[in-house]
Write a protein that binds this ligand. Structure first.
Ligand code: NAP
Length: 454
């Protein structure tokens, strides 16, 4: 991989030229990333258009009961399930200067959050910049411009426009990562990916195998313990959850293979199973980005990006919201402010050599720790440092350290008890400090029974 990047690096200009007078900017996607970019571009008086494939703002934050394909033959974008509540507390979910409603719960559900994004769009008067039902099919670099082809999804009319900057804000939670599991075709029950999970009703009194223990796997597994006969959870995460799981929850290691009626696990045990939900995550998927971008896009990484945002080879292309293990709302807001500063010439990027050297240093450090390239997008314990770096380079207002501290506290509460961590309420006191208050029942910590009546 590194070799490919070095070769590619030698083929492109080493001279940075980002500052363009009166640039024309294309923002792809009207989800939270695209809306955040729109807010700051508008405030800076930039000439921009947002292209959005659906009729709606909000991207994955909009619940849609449909799965598969939408009315226009496009894959349903959202992965939202009906009972989703955020796993990060309210202060870290707020876009700066635009608080969630006072009475919103400490961990809002998707509806509260979606309505919040609608209010945000109205408040900053962003709708007029959005071309709805315009599906971007190709973004190509030609003669120092970005040629963006998009299709009106109802009339099928095709458009091609030239832009100076492209901001990609389509997220990365839409294309399911499907595992390969031996014997899958033999299995007689249902199999879906969490992308297509909406409600728990179909799993009432069933024996359900959940594979994967990221936020989707843990959320769905716990939700199903309320209704399912048995929840069999295959998980290999290094996190040692201390949750007193209900009695109808059974932890299992990786699946060795499936047969007609159930699963054999790598420890040799077997379970009868009615349904399987793969909670195995999502792939990076930007089929419209042409190879002229010089980016290397795999299922698990987009490289090389400066500060996880700027395409080092073509710095007039920016990717928002790719980071994980972060307060992603404040992170992508900071990225949107950084991007606007870049477009308006408020700051200059380091030279391409310097950006590449910084990227390679991070890459080599990951390799030395035996971690995969995909971890380039993971902020984790370096989240606060990331915000400091964005500010140092661009002069944007710094994301206060208290955000990272709240996330760290929330993460500990999640590991302590997945059943109760959302009963904590967090309040920011100043840029460094916060309070955390328990708002649940006294005996809630002890909740350790089978909820389902099957
Ligand atoms: P994810 O974070 O990528 O987690 C997927 C998990 O599946 C990983 O732990 C992965 O482990 C595991 N996995 C993959 N293949 C596997 C296999 N064959 N066998 C066993 N395990 C396997 O994906 P996600 O849980 O869907 O979450 C995606 C994003 O959505 C997250 O950023 C999260 O914050 C967000 N989300 C939020 C909420 C919420 O706010 N309540 C709920 C759901 C999702 P390995 O990588 O080790 O294989």
């Amino acid at each position: 991989m590194l070799l490919i990047l070095f070769v590619c690096y030698c083929q492109v200009s080493l001279v940075m030229a980002v500052s363009i007078p009166n640039p024309r900017v294309c923002v792809i996607g009207a989800g939270i990333s695209g809306l955040s970019a729109a807010r700051y571009l508008k405030a800076a008086g930039v000439n921009f258009t947002v292209l959005e494939a659906t009729r709606y703002i909000g991207g994955t934050w909009r619940y849609d009961p449909r799965v598969g394909f939408d009315d226009h033959g496009l894959p349903v974008f959202t992965s939202m399930y009906k009972d989703l509540k955020t796993n990060l507390p309210k202060p870290t979910m707020e876009l700066p200067g635009f608080p969630l409603p006072e009475d919103a719960p400490s961990f809002p559900g998707w509806k509260v959050y979606y309505e919040y994004l609608q209010s945000y769009t109205e408040h900053f008067d962003l709708k007029k910049y959005i071309k709805f039902l315009h599906h971007v099919v190709s973004v190509k670099r030609e003669e120092n411009k970005w040629k963006v082809k998009h299709k009106e999804v109802v009339t099928r009319e095709e458009f091609e426009e030239e832009y100076d900057f492209v901001i990609v804000g389509v997220g990365h939670l839409s294309k399911p990562k499907m595992p390969y599991i031996k014997g899958e075709k033999k299995f007689q029950g249902t199999i879906i990916h969490s992308h297509s999970y909406r409600i728990h009703d179909p799993y009432k009194c069933r024996r359900v195998l959940i594979i994967g223990a990221g936020p989707s796997g843990m959320d769905i597994a716990i939700a199903l313990t309320d209704v399912s006969r048995k929840v069999i959870h295959s998980r290999h995460t290094f996190i040692k959850f201390r949750t007193p799981f209900p009695k109808n929850y059974v932890k299992k290691p990786d699946v060795k293979e499936l047969n007609e009626t159930g699963a054999i696990f790598v420890d040799g045990t077997y379970e009868d199973i009615d349904d399987i939900i793969y909670c195995t995550g999502y792939e990076y998927d930007f089929p419209f980005i042409d190879e002229s971008s010089n980016l290397t896009i795999t299922k698990s990484s987009v490289t090389p990006l400066h500060k996880n945002v700027v395409n080092i080879y073509q710095p007039t292309m920016v990717m928002l919201g790719l980071v994980v293990r972060a307060c992603f709302v404040v992170a992508l807001d900071a990225q949107a402010r950084y991007t606007t500063g870049l477009i308006t010439g408020n700051f200059s990027l380091p030279s391409q050599e310097e950006m590449m050297a910084e990227w390679q240093k991070k890459y080599l450090s990951l390799r030395a720790q035996g971690r995969p390239l995909s971890h380039m997008h993971s902020l984790g314990g370096n989240e606060d440092q990331y915000y400091a770096e964005l500010t140092e380079e661009s002069g944007i207002e710094r994301v206060p350290p208290v955000m990272f501290k709240i996330r760290a506290s929330d993460t500990r509460a999640i590991v302590d008890n997945l059943l109760t961590y959302r009963h904590y309420s967090y309040k920011v006191l100043d840029s460094e400090h916060f309070t955390r208050t328990w708002e649940g029942n006294e005996n809630e910590h002890e909740r350790n029974k089978s909820f389902s009546n099957c």
